[in-house]
Design a protein around this ligand. Structure first.
Ligand SMILES: [Zn+2]
Ligand SMILES: [Zn+2]
Length: 113
Protein backbone atom coordinates (compact mmCIF):
# COMPACT_ATOMS: atom_id res chain seq x y z
CA UNK A 1 0.00 0.00 0.00
CA UNK A 2 1.56 3.28 -1.01
CA UNK A 3 2.16 5.91 1.61
CA UNK A 4 -0.25 8.85 1.51
CA UNK A 5 1.06 11.81 -0.39
CA UNK A 6 2.80 14.30 1.78
CA UNK A 7 0.90 17.20 0.32
CA UNK A 8 -2.39 15.66 1.43
CA UNK A 9 -1.19 15.65 5.02
CA UNK A 10 0.02 19.19 4.70
CA UNK A 11 -3.27 20.32 3.25
CA UNK A 12 -5.12 18.69 6.12
CA UNK A 13 -2.85 20.28 8.71
CA UNK A 14 -3.28 23.63 7.02
CA UNK A 15 -7.06 23.29 7.12
CA UNK A 16 -7.01 22.06 10.71
CA UNK A 17 -4.98 25.05 11.89
CA UNK A 18 -7.09 27.51 9.90
CA UNK A 19 -10.30 26.22 11.44
CA UNK A 20 -9.44 27.78 14.80
CA UNK A 21 -8.41 31.03 13.10
CA UNK A 22 -5.49 31.58 15.48
CA UNK A 23 -3.40 34.75 15.40
CA UNK A 24 0.04 34.76 13.85
CA UNK A 25 2.36 32.60 15.95
CA UNK A 26 5.29 34.85 15.14
CA UNK A 27 4.05 38.43 15.57
CA UNK A 28 0.85 37.71 17.51
CA UNK A 29 -1.41 39.80 15.28
CA UNK A 30 -4.63 38.45 13.86
CA UNK A 31 -4.61 36.91 10.42
CA UNK A 32 -7.20 37.66 7.77
CA UNK A 33 -7.91 34.16 6.55
CA UNK A 34 -9.75 35.46 3.51
CA UNK A 35 -6.60 37.00 2.06
CA UNK A 36 -5.02 35.09 -0.77
CA UNK A 37 -3.35 37.26 -3.38
CA UNK A 38 -2.39 40.91 -3.37
CA UNK A 39 -4.89 42.66 -5.67
CA UNK A 40 -3.22 44.20 -8.69
CA UNK A 41 0.15 42.57 -7.97
CA UNK A 42 1.42 40.32 -10.70
CA UNK A 43 4.29 37.94 -11.02
CA UNK A 44 6.85 38.20 -13.79
CA UNK A 45 5.28 35.37 -15.72
CA UNK A 46 1.73 36.63 -15.48
CA UNK A 47 0.25 37.08 -18.90
CA UNK A 48 -3.46 36.78 -18.17
CA UNK A 49 -5.28 39.93 -19.28
CA UNK A 50 -8.12 39.14 -16.89
CA UNK A 51 -5.86 38.40 -13.93
CA UNK A 52 -6.68 40.57 -10.91
CA UNK A 53 -3.59 39.59 -8.98
CA UNK A 54 -1.42 36.51 -8.72
CA UNK A 55 1.22 37.33 -6.12
CA UNK A 56 0.55 35.92 -2.65
CA UNK A 57 -0.58 38.58 -0.20
CA UNK A 58 2.16 39.31 2.36
CA UNK A 59 -0.36 39.16 5.20
CA UNK A 60 -2.06 35.98 4.01
CA UNK A 61 -2.15 32.79 6.03
CA UNK A 62 0.67 30.31 5.76
CA UNK A 63 1.63 27.34 7.89
CA UNK A 64 4.81 28.02 9.80
CA UNK A 65 6.98 25.27 11.23
CA UNK A 66 7.87 26.14 14.83
CA UNK A 67 11.13 24.29 14.31
CA UNK A 68 11.94 24.77 10.63
CA UNK A 69 11.94 21.59 8.61
CA UNK A 70 15.40 22.35 7.27
CA UNK A 71 16.65 22.42 10.86
CA UNK A 72 15.21 19.05 11.72
CA UNK A 73 11.68 20.04 12.66
CA UNK A 74 9.13 17.29 12.12
CA UNK A 75 6.34 17.75 9.59
CA UNK A 76 3.64 17.13 12.17
CA UNK A 77 0.75 19.21 13.41
CA UNK A 78 2.37 19.80 16.80
CA UNK A 79 5.25 21.57 15.07
CA UNK A 80 3.01 23.84 13.06
CA UNK A 81 1.37 27.16 13.69
CA UNK A 82 -0.42 29.83 11.72
CA UNK A 83 1.61 32.78 10.54
CA UNK A 84 1.55 35.68 8.13
CA UNK A 85 3.38 34.98 4.92
CA UNK A 86 5.73 37.89 5.53
CA UNK A 87 6.43 36.84 9.13
CA UNK A 88 7.21 33.35 7.94
CA UNK A 89 9.60 34.75 5.37
CA UNK A 90 11.29 37.00 7.91
CA UNK A 91 11.66 34.13 10.33
CA UNK A 92 13.23 31.82 7.79
CA UNK A 93 15.70 34.55 6.95
CA UNK A 94 16.54 35.02 10.58
CA UNK A 95 16.77 31.57 12.13
CA UNK A 96 19.33 30.00 9.87
CA UNK A 97 22.23 30.84 12.11
CA UNK A 98 24.30 27.78 11.32
CA UNK A 99 25.95 26.70 8.15
CA UNK A 100 23.12 25.57 5.95
CA UNK A 101 23.54 24.34 2.46
CA UNK A 102 21.62 26.63 0.23
CA UNK A 103 20.75 26.29 -3.35
CA UNK A 104 23.45 27.78 -5.52
CA UNK A 105 23.21 31.47 -6.12
CA UNK A 106 21.55 32.35 -2.84
CA UNK A 107 24.55 32.29 -0.57
CA UNK A 108 24.71 36.01 -0.08
CA UNK A 109 22.71 37.32 2.79
CA UNK A 110 22.28 40.86 4.09
CA UNK A 111 24.21 41.67 7.24
CA UNK A 112 22.02 41.43 10.27
CA UNK A 113 22.94 44.49 12.24
ZN1 LIG B 1 2.62 37.86 11.77
ZN1 LIG C 1 -1.42 38.20 -12.64
Amino acid sequence: MPAPRNTAIRDRHRATIARGKPPCGICGDTIDYSLTVAPGEHGKRCTGPTCTGCVPHPMSYVVDHVIPVNRGGPDILANKQAAHRMCNRAKSDRTDGGPILRRSGSLTRPNRT
